[in-house]
Design a protein around this ligand. Structure first.
Ligand code: ZN
Ligand code: ZN
Length: 294
């Protein structure tokens, strides 16, 4: 498998000189199987650049775009994905179901004239939509497992297992489950047990990953005031990765306010944290334009 990052920024694009090294586009990851089949994870603004590369190579597109969820930073690149306008191309969106609207309604809704000048009906590619739940399926020769994560809307994490036995896990827009009735001595023990069990399921989900790309938007101090916003702190990421035996862990969904220099510092602190724990897990930050081969 080859994993290429086209967008690694969280919440809103953050272009400019202070984010040029790690990148300012919102979430989009290109996954190529060993047979070079294309699977795309999320359709943030990075999808536009991936589309340009595909068109420049004159590559015919028959792809699945797997969505973590439909918050706008994860879908707003779709109307700018040129392969969607080319006849003969085929795109299938798969993502978590919503209580109020189908996946198709949400994706098509963002091309209403109130938001965008071209209707999805005017796109010439064959575009399909498939609601996904927790489960397992085969895609382009990979085993894919999905797992619900913890965010204000339904979010799915993805685990890919290649025929060569390599494992790539991707989870964004999530934070560890916690006891919403409070912690400490007054905490409801049943609620705490439920939260602990759910977190154990997530550890099992990323177990033994060769590469785990996970939401690490906040520093521990930021997390203290943003608990419940649906993003993970770096220390929570590292603890999860160490428990699961992850080999290489990359933070993604970088906070839009995080400059390149600040992200360097986050990584420096993280490496110290892991060294203190005696962990050999590699830690890094997903970086636009970088490809990792598994
Ligand atoms: Zn997001
Ligand atoms: Zn979100």
């Amino acid at each position: 498998m080859k994993v290429t990052f086209w967008g690694v920024r969280g919440s809103v694009p953050a272009p400019g000189p202070k984010t040029v090294r790690y990148g300012g586009n919102t979430t989009c990851v290109e996954l190529r199987t060993d047979d070079n089949a294309l699977i795309i994870l999320d359709a943030g603004t990075g999808l536009r650049l991936l589309g340009e590369q595909i068109v420049s190579r004159k590559e015919k597109v028959n792809t699945n775009i797997l969505l973590s969820h439909t918050h706008w930073d994860h879908v707003c690149g779709f109307p700018f994905f040129i392969p969607a306008y080319i006849p003969g191309n085929s795109i299938t969106f798969q993502g978590p179901v919503h209580y109020e609207q189908s996946l198709k309604d949400v994706m098509v809704g963002q091309t209403q004239y109130a938001y965008f000048p071209v209707r999805v009906e005017d796109m010439a590619a064959n575009i399909q939509y498939k609601d996904l739940k927790e489960g397992s399926f085969e895609l382009e020769g990979l085993k894919v497992h999905t797992r619900y994560l913890n965010h204000p809307v339904l979010v799915l994490g993805y685990r890919f297992e290649s025929p060569k036995g390599k494992i790539f896990c991707f989870g964004t827009d999530t934070e560890p489950y916690y006891n919403v009735f409070g912690e400490g001595e007054d905490a409801d023990p049943d609620a705490q047990n439920i939260a602990d069990d759910l977190n154990t399921r997530i550890v099992d989900f990323v177990r033994d990953a060769d590469l785990c790309v996970w939401d690490g938007q906040y520093t521990p101090d930021e997390y203290k005031i943003k608990q419940g916003w649906g993003h993970t702190s770096t220390v929570q990421c590292m603890e999860m990765g160490m428990k699961a035996g992850v080999k290489q862990f990359l933070y993604t969904h970088h906070d839009p306010t995080r400059s390149d220099d600040a992200l360097d510092k986050v990584l420096e602190d993280s490496r110290k944290y892991l060294a203190d724990k005696g962990s050999k897990m590699q830690i890094g930050a997903a970086t636009e334009g970088v490809t990792i081969e598994l």
